[in-house]
Write a protein that binds this ligand. Structure first.
Ligand SMILES: Nc1ncnc2c1ncn2[C@@H]1O[C@H](COP(=O)(O)OP(=O)(O)OP(=O)(O)O)[C@@H](O)[C@H]1O
Length: 617
């Protein structure tokens, strides 16, 4: 991909003016490129640049194909002259047959080369855009609809195919063939060319009025496709809830409405395209009739002979193809420009800097320390602050639990450590170094993170487990399966580790998903392990076993947990009590019960209510 859309946020350490700046002064989550978007044709040329040799070859083949066609009227004129002079026409007939065959063969080859190149352009754009989207900042994803982003990769890039062949090459070859045909017509008879040009220019004016409509309609059609993707993603992502809520019909209406809007706009674009195409066709018919009348009169007055008129009429006939090619080039370009605009919109979303993946720390890496120093943060300018000066220190090794009412900002602590978001002010120090001064891959390689919902990805269990540690050996895998008590599950499944878990792991129970997520994080042997309510769905036996595992992990690495279970909290070396975006107390369970009324209340109500019967309570 070229530099478009990868401007500011794409370049670590560079400001909007291109000046170097420290990594921790990176912009928060502002759009990456505020600069004027380059015109669609330049973007298209950028996509096509790697394939220019094939494009030129395909274009040349098309031109040679056109040239064989152009030679035909001249041979036809010769044939007619030979007939009128009672001379042999065998040579002319053989030449015409050869030209027709060459025309067909070269046309097919040129068509194949161009289609192949167009597919390569689509592939290049899809690769670039998907790589780009995978580097999106979480804040960009928060503000987007994944279904719409997906449509930009799947549907919008598809439009690049026809715009490459029809516009990029069509304009070149069609334009050249058009000019060559007009030159040949001029050679045959200038007054007849003048008549033809008059009609063609008239058609050009009409088509010029039509094309902006095609652009607008295509853009709206593609937006509706994006909307449909977003609606479908919303429904399929929560189909059980939708069904349980009896909301299928309402959701169906929304998806259908988007599909119909896309249909309406596509039909509108088709209407304008058809009008443009037929204007060109009509112009040619008119030119044909005018040339026939005017040319017939010239034949009658003896200004030209019949052979010349026939040859000219054949050129009028041959003019049709390049003219329609040029019209198609212009109309397809409008549709392509609309798609390119949407692709560029996605490419202007803020992304993380591109870095090579980092190696995992390894079994002997030292545990990390963590410090929050007066951290203030809000998710977006228009939202209230979530952290109002959060501060705490976590030494290497041991378990630190974060407790507090819902919405206190506990998960946000983890998100900031992972640099999913940047704080507005204050510092977050991992091993004494500001996380903004870490390269993101190195930072994340040091951390194992189990999200609140313990997401499991579609695919096999093995793929899920190795997601964060693709090079983990069978021994490490077996060990982690044992400690997370997944061995029984694997043993029960007919295909063991290669069993497919379904979309978002729906074939697993909630507790199994949590254990898979914990196993995945442990396999990375992190220097800092973040567990966000990672054991909330486990049964008493599994929770107790996992607690032992986490305690053992905490003896060699640093573990942070967000927990609502007393059993987890009391086992922690220190507890950070958060409330409304502030740390209100830090201490051990017994200290806090005595010293902090909120904690005492949580312990008395929330923890005890959530604690399982075998909990340490
Ligand atoms: N991506 C987001 N965009 C905007 N606001 C968010 C986002 N994530 C969380 N918030 C808001 O930030 C606040 C703190 O959320 P956070 O998830 O950190 O709370 P929490 O203490 O972990 O809560 P819980 O115990 O319920 O998980 C909440 O008010 C929430 O609505």
């Amino acid at each position: 991909m070229t530099s478009r859309g990868q401007s500011v946020a794409d370049r670590p350490g560079s400001g909007p003016d291109g000046a170097e700046r420290p990594a921790h002064e990176e912009p928060r989550a502002e759009p990456a490129g505020e600069a004027e978007a380059p015109p669609a044709w330049r973007v298209l040329l950028g996509y096509a640049r790697p394939y220019r040799a094939a494009l030129v070859a395909g274009g040349l083949l098309s031109l040679v194909t056109g040239a064989t066609g152009l030679a035909l009227p001249l041979v036809a004129r010769q044939l007619i002259e030979n007939l009128s002079r009672d001379e042999s026409i065998t040579g002319a007939l053989l030449l015409m047959s050869g030209l027709v065959l060459a025309n067909a063969a070269l046309g097919a080859l040129g068509g194949y080369v161009l289609q192949r190149t167009a597919e390569s352009v689509v592939l290049g754009a899809r690769r670039a855009l998907s790589s780009f989207l995978l580097r999106l900042r979480i804040s960009s994803v928060d503000r987007s609809e994944p279904g719409d982003l997906m449509a930009r990769i799947t549907s919008d890039t598809t439009l690049l195919r026809s715009v490459t062949t029809d516009s990029l090459v069509g304009l070149g070859t069609g334009g050249l063939t058009l000019v060559a045909t007009l030159v040949m017509m001029g050679v045959v008879d200038l007054p007849l060319l003048g008549v033809t040009l008059g009609v063609v220019v008239l058609a050009g004016v009409v088509i010029g009025v039509i094309v902006p409509h095609i652009n607008r309609a295509t853009k709206r059609a593609q937006e509706s496709v994006g909307l449909m993707g977003a609606s479908l993603e919303r429904v399929l992502g929560a189909l059980r809830t939708v069904k349980a809520s009896g909301a299928e019909h309402r959701e169906e209406t929304a998806v259908h409405a988007a599909a119909e809007a896309s249909w309406r706009e596509s039909v509108r674009a088709a209407k304008w395209s058809a009008l443009a195409g037929n204007t060109a066709g009509l112009a040619m018919q008119l030119a044909f009739i005018t040339v026939l009348g005017f040319g017939g009169a010239r034949v009658a007055t003896g200004s030209i002979d019949v052979g010349t008129l026939v040859a000219f009429l054949l050129y009028v006939f041959y003019l049709m193809a390049p003219l329609q090619q040029v019209v198609a080039a212009v109309t397809r370009y409008q549709a392509g420009a609309a798609a390119i605009a949407r692709i560029q919109e996605a490419e202007r979303l803020p992304v993380e800097p591109a870095h090579a993946p980092a190696a995992l720390p390894g079994p002997d890496a030292a545990p990390a320390s963590l410090e929050f120093d007066d951290v203030r943060f809000r998710y977006a300018e228009d939202l209230p602050p979530v952290h109002h000066g959060v501060g705490f220190t976590v030494p290497p090794r041991g378990m630190t639990a974060f407790v507090g009412p819902s919405g206190a900002g506990k998960t946000t602590v983890f998100s900031l450590v992972e640099r999913f978001y940047e704080p507005d002010s204050g510092r977050i120090l991992l091993d004494g170094k500001d996380v903004r001064d870490w390269e993101i891959p190195q930072l994340r390689a040091a951390i194992g993170y189990v999200e609140q919902d313990s997401p499991v990805l579609s695919g096999s269990l093995r793929e899920n487990l190795l997601l964060g540690a693709p090079d983990a050996g069978e021994d490490a895998l077996a060990e982690v399966l044992r400690t997370t008590r997944l061995e029984d599950l694997i043993g029960r499944l007919p295909e063991g580790l290669d069993t497919l878990v379904g979309h978002r792991g729906t074939k697993l129970s909630g507790g199994e998903r949590q254990r898979v997520a914990i196993a995945r994080a442990l396999l990375r042997r992190p220097r800092l392990l973040l567990l966000d309510e990672a054991t909330s769905q486990l049964d008493a036996v599994n929770e107790s076993a996992l607690r032992d595992t986490v305690a053992e992990v905490a003896s060699r690495t640093t573990v942070l947990v967000v927990a609502h279970r007393l059993s987890t909290v009391t086992a922690a070396d220190r507890i950070v009590v958060m409330d409304a975006g502030r740390v209100r107390a830090v201490g051990s369970h017994s200290d806090l019960v005595a010293a902090d009324p909120l904690y005492a209340e949580l312990a008395a109500t929330q923890f005890l209510a959530a604690a399982d019967p075998s909990g340490a309570a």
